[in-house]
Design a protein around this ligand. Structure first.
Ligand code: SAH
Length: 466
């Protein structure tokens, strides 16, 4: 790097420009953004330069720059568009101890003027060592487009609020506050309700952060239900609305994530089936780290967090780290799925118990008490049962289950794209594979859709109860 970028304080400083035509005007336009005292030396200045003098924005001397004129100047610009005259100016400036820039002459210049993106007080200077002005212009155009025009205003409002924000302890807590302010919230408030909206936002944000700074971190392990946002508990909604951090699973519906506070940090902890334990360790670490930062963390799990949710591993990690936690139940897939087929999970005279079993765990397909499950009248809700369907079917038939036992697979229960496959144990495969389901699906052993629903289509009911 040949040229080192700095921001020079020009307030009240003398800046001298030699020249009165286009090249000089281009520099004047930039210099007039500053609070410098600008002096222009030109024997025959252009009309625009005369106008600037008339407006009192520059001091104009209608003669060439002479020895002594550069004394005490912070910067001198040679903008005469005349090599000999500019060389004379450069010599005077150097002799009198001023930094000099000769327009379009890198070699004779002590400094160069960068391309500037101006969002005062935010200023971005772009330099290419004079090598690629076109590239500098492209970068400038890019940034001009990307940075909101009101960024400067937001920064000015922010600066005025700095003292108030100093009630927050220095360091991370204060940084988080400003992070929240600049991270889209301020721009939105400005767009929605103007400067007063930004002031209100700052007040609210500060209240929240002050409260948070006195608050211990905490993790709520929250059930997100089967997908329909209306099936969230009120408590889950409230917690989502207040969370600083939301760590969510792959199965949590996007419409539910929408309910989180806009400023919340959203962390996708998506795990496919057969997930590795490393991923679980990472999730545990994330929960602990955010709680230790004093954050209110919502750990959002599909359905009910206590059903096949690997909840205990997370609780153990939180306990080990001394982080407080609470469980907020949700509606489990089995409840949503029976609702979808108009059935009860239990029924007098049919089944007095229901089992929730999983098709596989982290080690592979799961073994169960097949003997008991094969008995007539048994009802089991099989979670994560798609890939293990053939295994389960084989085990049950081997243990003497009636091949005609009703089996119902409900995909995307409670969601608008719910699908129902009504079949029997002997036909479970290949029916399931042929249906090529892509969403989460729950398999009921021993339950068929209620007769009235089953009658409406033979094998498949779309959106049965919606
Ligand atoms: N804790 C969750 C279950 C997590 S295991 C709960 O209580 O529901 C993931 C399995 O849940 C999926 O493989 C699928 O079998 C089932 N599941 C989750 N959401 C579902 C939905 N909307 N419809 C059908 N099955 C669902």
């Amino acid at each position: 790097m040949q040229h080192f970028p700095i921001f020079l304080n020009l307030a009240g400083q003398r800046v001298v420009v030699s020249g009165g035509e286009e090249a000089a005007l281009a520099k004047l336009r930039l210099l007039m953004k500053t609070e410098a005292r600008i002096e222009v030396y030109a024997s025959a200045p252009a009309a625009d330069v005369l106008r600037l003098e008339a407006e009192g924005r520059i001091v104009l001397r209608l003669r060439p720059l002479r020895e002594g004129d550069a004394k005490g100047a912070a910067l001198v610009y040679g903008a005469n568009e005349d090599d000999r005259e500019d060389a004379r100016i450069a010599a005077i400036a150097r002799a009198e101890g001023a930094l000099v820039n000769i327009v379009d002459n890198l070699d004779d210049s002590a400094f160069i003027t960068p391309a500037i993106v101006d969002r005062d007080p935010v200023t971005i200077a772009i330099g290419t060592e004079g090598a690629a002005p076109v590239l500098a212009r492209q970068i400038k155009a890019d940034l001009e487009e990307r940075l909101p025009a009101n960024l400067g205003l937001l920064a000015r409002i922010g600066i005025a609020f700095r003292q108030a924000a100093d009630v927050l302890p220095m360091g991370r807590k204060r940084r988080d506050f400003w992070g929240d302010y600049y991270n889209g919230a301020a721009a939105r408030a400005l767009a929605e309700s103007g400067e007063s909206g930004v002031q209100t936002l700052l007040g609210d944000l500060l209240d929240r952060h002050v409260m948070a700074s006195h608050r211990e971190g905490h993790v709520d392990l929250v059930g997100a239900g089967p997908g329909d946002p209306d099936l969230l508990t009120l408590k889950a909604r409230k917690l989502l609305d207040a969370a600083d951090v939301v760590v969510y699973d792959r199965l949590v519906a996007p419409q539910i994530l929408e309910l989180a506070r806009r400023e919340a940090i959203m962390i996708d902890a998506g795990k496919e089936g057969f997930g590795t334990s490393t991923a679980q360790d990472d999730i545990n670490d994330i929960l602990v780290a955010h709680a230790r930062d004093g954050h209110q963390v919502v750990r959002l799990k599909a359905g009910d967090p206590t059903v096949f949710g690997r909840l205990d591993e997370e609780i153990d990690a939180l306990d080990a780290a001394g982080v407080s936690w609470a469980i907020v139940p949700g509606i489990t897939a089995a409840s949503a799925a029976v609702a979808q087929i108009g059935q009860s999970l239990t029924r007098r005279g049919r089944n007095s118990s229901v089992r929730f079993i999983t098709g596989h765990d982290t080690k592979g397909f799961c073994d169960h008490d097949w003997q008991a499950l094969a008995r007539p009248g048994e009802v089991a809700a099989i979670y994560m049962g798609k890939r293990s369907a053939r295994f389960i079917q084989g085990r049950l038939l081997m243990h003497g289950a009636d091949p005609a036992t009703p089996v119902t697979v409900i995909e995307n229960a409670s969601r608008t794209d719910a699908r129902i496959l009504s079949t029997t144990l002997s036909r479970l495969e290949p029916t399931l594979s042929e249906a090529a389901l892509t969403g989460p699906a729950l398999t009921f052993l021993g339950l068929a859709p209620r007769a009235a629903l089953a009658a409406s289509t033979e094998l498949e009911l779309q959106r049965a109860l919606s």
